[in-house]
Design a protein around this ligand. Structure first.
Ligand code: FAD
Length: 475
């Protein structure tokens, strides 16, 4: 029988046991715990691949909790209402969660906090999604950073705090929270249709898989990371963005693991500014924090040009060319290979993301928000901050962005980063092509035997058109 009211733990993008400050502190209270996940309207609006991937994350996390004797309670509806009802029904002593920093989440969480406190229920939030809280890092003049290098200089030697292992024991609440929802009824993979089965073969799901990947990466590929991370035809990167996006692994755990590898290898390390091995890897992790730092300080970053002068730029809206880009039918082999990789795996190599983003925004002169939305629909590692920062970075409209006149030539990029054409051939002719056709919607009416598409625009012509638009805007 239940003798104490539960402490409700509201999980969102922190679906892990280890390096979870909220869970670590909750375990120490000795209170009986009631973990809950709410499918609220904000979560319902996720893109197709992200919704599917969330469902997989919830399966894995429920199992991890069950192994500790806890049952993940599922609820659906507006978070404030659902959580108030649950807190009242269970007589909860408190409701805790791990912080998120995008504007819709901040607004929702502030409202939940006010509502519960109004009822006399403790409402408390915790860090854990980032290395450093976005409001905890400030320039000497106050306010947030706008440029990566000084931001990185500010955090690279700073201890992000401990990454505690998953609690050895957790005490589940044995009361009745009322009928929960069934995950299967949410049909989170529905919009993926037949693509889900294909993307599933490429996914890295759950805390254990993420930790194993981290270990393998840090004891192998990391040594060659600086030299090979841009190679499209090599597996030289960690692949951790996907579990990071769902909080199946925490950034502090990655940070400390990489630092101990550096110490073991007597790597001069991030503090020295060295760009070797684990240090270069941690610098990329710094970009993730930077993206969230910017999104927190500029909540419109995912919807509006960071620099207002770009509002007058003659971006093109949706078009047949943009649709060809989505379907991997631009006629530029490396662009099409990358767009197929995205559709069939839910991921894309970082260098390829830059190439396709540059092609869309410059050669096709198309608004970066169109690309941002397609990525949001297709990526299993979708992250609102990283997606927005990087799209604006490539388009030239963002803070600390690449200048617009830096227009990637897809062919020279391919020569440099896929010199033997292995990446291209895998996605255009090999096993990858099979995967793509198996995942692609039937309504696209793709014919694997059709000849390759004619390029939408000559590379020199597209470049000249983009520069002319930019020069006209400058004048
Ligand atoms: C147009 C565009 C859109 C992008 N959209 C997303 C997105 O929605 N979600 C996402 O996680 N990343 C996004 N990125 C960043 C980057 O491409 C991915 O983080 C990276 O490919 C993930 O692979 P990895 O885990 O093997 O990275 P690694 O090279 O192993 O890097 C380690 C970690 O550092 C972080 N990181 C690396 N590069 C970046 C970067 N440029 N910006 C922010 N964080 C970075 C990631 O968390 C990554 O897991 C985007 C990049 C571009 C150019």
């Amino acid at each position: 029988m239940t003798d104490m009211p539960p402490l409700i733990l509201w999980f969102r993008r922190d679906l892990r046991l280890a390096d979870n400050p909220m869970l670590a502190e909750a375990a120490q209270t000795g209170c009986p715990l009631l973990p809950v996940f709410v499918l609220d309207p904000e979560t319902e609006s996720l893109g197709a691949a992200a919704r599917w991937r969330l469902g997989e994350a919830l399966v894995a996390f429920s199992q991890a909790l069950a192994a500790k004797g806890l049952r993940l309670h599922l609820a659906r509806g507006a978070a404030g209402e659902v959580l108030e009802r649950l807190a009242r029904a269970t007589g909860a002593s408190g409701l805790w969660w791990g912080r998120l920093y995008d504007a819709p989440a901040v607004a929702r969480d502030s409202a939940v906090k006010a509502r519960l406190r109004g009822l006399g229920i403790e409402a408390k939030s915790f860090p854990g999604h980032l290395l450093h809280e976005p409001f905890g890092i400030q320039t000497s003049g106050g306010g947030g950073y706008r440029v990566f290098t000084p931001f990185w200089n500010a955090i690279r030697a700073r201890d992000p705090g401990p990454a505690r292992p998953g609690p050895a024991r957790l005490r589940g609440w044995d009361g009745d929270p009322g009928a929960g929802e069934r995950l299967a009824d949410w049909r989170l993979g529905q919009a993926m249709r037949r693509g889900a089965a294909v993307v599933a073969r490429h996914a890295l799901i759950g805390e254990t898989a993420a930790r194993d990947r981290l270990h393998d990466f840090l004891h192998g590929p990391v040594a060659d990371y600086p030299a090979r991370r841009d190679r499209l035809d090599r597996r030289a990167c960690s692949g951790l963005s996907e579990p990071l996006a769902w909080g199946e692994i925490g950034p502090r755990e990655i940070w400390h693991a990489a630092r101990s590898v550096m110490e073991g290898a007597q790597d001069p390390g991030v503090d020295s500014g060295s760009d070797s091995g684990a240090a270069a890897f941690l610098r990329q992790l710094g970009w993730r924090d930077f993206a969230w730092h910017l999104l927190y300080h500029f909540p419109q970053m995912g919807a509006r040009n960071w620099r207002a002068e770009w509002d007058a730029f003659p971006w093109r809206g949706d078009s047949a060319e943009a649709e060809a880009w989505r379907r991997g039918r631009t006629g530029e082999p490396v662009v099409d290979a990358a767009m197929r990789e995205l559709y069939a795996t839910g991921r894309m190599h970082n260098r390829a993301r830059m190439i396709v983003a540059s092609y869309l925004t410059k050669h096709l002169l198309t608004d970066w928000r169109l690309g941002l939305d397609w990525f949001a629909d297709c990526l299993t590692d979708w992250d609102p901050a990283a997606n927005a920062l990087n799209w604006q970075w490539v388009a030239g409209s963002g803070p600390d962005a690449a200048p617009f006149f830096r227009i990637f030539n897809p062919q020279s990029q391919a020569q440099k980063f896929d010199p033997e054409g292995r990446y291209r051939d895998h996605w255009l002719k090999g096993v990858g092509a099979d995967d793509f056709y198996a995942a692609a919607p039937l309504r696209w009416r793709l014919d694997p035997a059709a000849p390759p598409p004619v390029p939408l625009i000559g590379l020199a012509e597209g470049r000249a058109r983009a520069l002319a638009a930019w020069n006209a805007g400058k004048a």
